[in-house]
Design a protein around this ligand. Structure first.
Ligand code: MG
Length: 373
């Protein structure tokens, strides 16, 4: 099997909740997805997606994703898409960094690999555990009681994990408002629920310590991504009575190894696109597993194609280490594909169909913005 052609599509994904509000005053209304179709010499197609969360979340933005794919795609023509590690190495030799662009191409290769064998991607990644994976909500910042209501809405829809966003400027109330948000969102906690308090690197070690002093005892949550630097994160780690998991600070193998070496965290958010696709994510899954780190399997954001990659990868994480997966497609209003994971009360499992199990809606994608053959 050889890669015969590659097409790139870009579509706008409006946020399903209007305006998404993140720490340090960042707001988002629409995300731009870069979607890749790789066609093999036998006519089989594989699909992948990369959707950065605006331009101020991690070091990625949609125009950059497109520009990097324009550099990478010609190098991949003629390669065997089933040799995912060789493809990953070739992309690293062609362009340093720019994992967001590599991710879309890598995911499309895995989709092709699965279709070529008749197996779901989860089987090729090591095999599904068959334990349903809880879904996690993404509760952006707002008034504490309004955030509590959004947690309740997700609870009613079967979500067992809740990611509560914090990180308020002092001029807007600072740690006192963040403390109110945490208390409000945890107030109606049900058995089996799991709470993240995610600052998206929006705290300093000073604001984090003030927040801890304002919280009542006995709150059961995990603190995620408190600060933007290692120095601050390690200071928070020392001062925190709460378990800590990394997100924005740990996106590549080296970050993860560094975190383990420093005992900087109890877990990390395994995000497919910042990692560079399913190939590096698989490696990070195994490094984290060896260190006994808990994982949430997520992505920055994305449509159904991103969600499919998350579901297949998440299904291969041992259940004692997997806390939840993010349904990215629930965060946007545009449907790019039919994707039907097996749903139950405890969560989701990947579909049994070959590859990622997607039926792409090509009309929604429109014409390619670039093509290579
Ligand atoms: Mg996070």
């Amino acid at each position: 099997m050889k890669i015969a052609s590659i097409d790139l599509f870009q579509v706008a994904l409006p946020y399903s909740g209007g305006t998404y509000r993140l720490s340090r005053g960042r707001t988002y209304e629409t995300f731009t997805a870069s979607i890749v179709r790789i066609t093999a010499d036998d006519g089989t197609t594989g699909w992948g997606e990369s959707t950065p969360f605006g331009s101020t979340y991690v070091a990625a933005h949609p125009a950059g994703t497109r520009a990097a794919i324009e550099m990478l795609a010609p190098a991949l023509l003629g390669m065997d898409p089933r040799q995912v590690d060789r493809i990953s190495s070739l992309m690293d030799e062609t362009l340093l960094g720019h994992n967001d662009a590599k991710a879309a191409l890598d995911i499309a290769c895995w989709d092709l690999f699965g279709k070529s064998t008749g197996l779901p991607v989860s089987e090729l990644l090591g095999g599904r555990t068959n334990v349903p994976m809880p879904l996690i909500s993404s509760i952006h910042t707002g008034d504490p009681e309004e955030m509590r209501a959004r947690v309740a809405d997700h609870r009613a829809r079967g979500y067992l994990g809740h990611s509560i966003k914090i990180g308020t400027h002092d001029r807007d109330g600072g740690p006192a408002v963040d403390a109110e948000r945490i208390v409000a969102c945890l107030a109606d906690r049900r058995p089996g629920e799991w709470f993240l308090v995610d600052a998206n690197a929006g705290l300093t070690s000073e604001t984090a310590r003030r927040l801890f002093s304002l919280l009542p005892d006995g709150l059961d949550f995990v603190l995620e991504s408190p600060c933007p630097t290692w120095r601050e994160t390690l200071a928070v780690r020392k001062a925190s009575p709460y378990p800590l998991i990394l997100d924005e600070l740990a996106t590549n193998d080296d970050d993860l190894i560094h975190a383990i070496e420093l005992d900087a965290a109890d877990g990390f958010g395994l995000k497919v696109t910042p990692a560079g696709g399913l190939t590096p994510s698989r490696r990070q899954r195994d490094i984290a597993r060896a260190a006994g780190l808990i994982m949430t399997v997520q992505d920055t954001v994305g449509s159904d194609i991103s969600y499919a990659a998350i579901v297949h990868l998440g299904a291969t994480v041992p259940p004692e280490l997997l806390r939840c997966v993010l349904k990215t497609s629930d965060m946007v209003t545009l449907t790019t594909a039919a994707f039907e994971p097996i749903e139950s009360e405890g969560g989701v499992l990947p579909p049994e169909s070959p590859g990622l199990g997607l039926e792409i809606d090509e009309e929604v994608l429109g014409a390619p913005v670039a093509s290579w053959s």
